[in-house]
Write a protein that binds this ligand. Structure first.
Ligand code: ZN
Ligand code: ZN
Length: 96
């Protein structure tokens, strides 16, 4: 007797395969995983009871109001937070 492979069983296997992976250690701000292998693990920071990715943990740029990645936070004479690209050109030159 050959065991028939029913369509239903097949369908089940497919749906399991495409199931959304559970997000481990999501960033409390953007919900992206900060777990090992997610790309956010290295720079993740403890935040309240959970984690924050480095992008969300950074400051908002005073020039363009967009989030600054933690390592790319610059100031002008110790004041404010800016993307490197948002600094005045003279300052960019000084830093290079
Ligand atoms: Zn985030
Ligand atoms: Zn900016």
């Amino acid at each position: 007797m050959t065991k028939e492979y029913s369509f239903d069983d097949h369908f089940k296997i497919i749906t399991v395969g495409f199931e959304k992976p559970k997000i481990i250690d999501p960033c409390v701000h953007c919900g992206e995983s900060t777990a090992w292998g997610s790309g956010n693990f290295v720079n993740r920071l403890g935040w309240d009871d959970g984690w924050s990715c480095a992008m969300c943990a950074g400051y908002e740029c005073d020039a363009c109001d967009k989030q600054i990645y933690l390592d790319e936070d610059h100031d002008i004479d110790g004041q404010g937070h800016y993307h490197f690209d948002c600094l005045p050109v003279e300052l960019q030159k000084e830093m290079n």
